[in-house]
Design a protein around this ligand. Structure first.
Ligand code: 15L
Length: 272
């Protein structure tokens, strides 16, 4: 099987940190990429790629961008906790435009979901991908809704999706929480490659975390379906990061960390 998709691949959010890594590495692997973002692309254009500046809120622009594409890597939209009114446009309407475009093209969607869709699960637990959504804010809620939208498009229209529940994808982990949530750039690139190249995926969920053994919160996902296994790990940072905690009881109790504390107004600690 070839490691290069037969058709071009559309990457939204191309000017963001993860978009830039994927644009560079997938282009280097010979993929034909259509890059788009609301912000200009800050790097020299990689070989075989073209960039179009567009707003996800412009449904016609998204349809045009997706023309002839076999997959959409959807990494665009708001990527941190923000007020509801700021999230709803890019992350809900924008996502709907992406799914309509995928439906028209018969393309697969690889959706950058997030650990924040399940951020209010307690760290003391270990959860399966099939456990309930427990979003830790409007951003996490938009990711949960996005996964549900993808499932609806699969059931109703046969649009395939891989939902990547990304943890913390950074050059290196920077605190104790990331001993569980860290995803290396190289593991991310291998993950999206498999998500695009795997023959049949239906609508499936994969935890976006490297092989972090020192601290593990997430289990039982669909990685076997796409043929991905992480190769990197945060474990070598355990010695230096174990004590790097915030002192905020809400942040340290739940998987979503600092996002859980934003605008948190309960006075009694929840019993369950
Ligand atoms: C995310 O979903 C965010 O996009 C990123 O900024 C990080 O905060 C990450 O989650 C995380 O949970 O560490």
């Amino acid at each position: 099987m070839s490691d290069v998709p037969a058709k071009p691949v559309l990457l939204t959010g191309a000017s963001g940190a993860l978009g830039r890594v994927m644009a560079r590495d997938l282009a280097a692997a010979g993929w034909r990429l259509r890059l788009t973002d609301i912000a200009p692309f800050p790097d020299p254009l990689p070989p075989g790629a073209r960039f179009t500046r567009a707003d996800l809120g412009d449904g016609v622009a998204v349809l045009r961008l997706a023309e002839g594409c076999g997959a959409v890597l959807h990494f665009g939209g708001v990527s941190v906790e923000r007020p509801f009114e700021e999230v709803i446009g890019p992350n809900i309407r924008g996502l709907h435009h992406v799914y309509e475009a995928a439906r028209r093209e018969g393309a697969r969607v690889v959706f950058a979901s997030s650990n924040h869709a399940v951020g209010f699960h307690e760290r003391a637990a270990s959860i399966a991908a099939s456990d309930p959504f427990l979003p830790d804010g409007y951003y996490g809620l938009s990711k949960a809704y996005g996964e549900l939208m993808g499932r609806m498009y699969w059931m109703k229209h046969g649009v395939e999706s891989v939902f990547l529940r990304i943890g913390s994808c950074l050059p290196e982990p920077v605190n104790a929480r990331m001993l569980a949530t860290y995803l290396s750039y190289a593991d991310l690139v291998r993950l999206v490659s498999r998500a695009v190249l795997a023959p049949r995926v239906g609508a499936c969920v994969v935890w976006g975390a490297s092989a972090n053994q020192a601290m593990t919160w997430w289990r039982d996902d669909d990685r076997a379906t796409i043929g991905w296994a992480p190769q990197d790990s945060a474990d070598r940072f355990a010695g230096q990061l174990q004590g790097k905690v915030s002192g905020d009881p809400v942040e340290e109790r739940y998987m979503g960390g600092a996002f859980c504390s934003i605008d948190y107004s309960r006075t009694e600690p929840p019993t369950k």
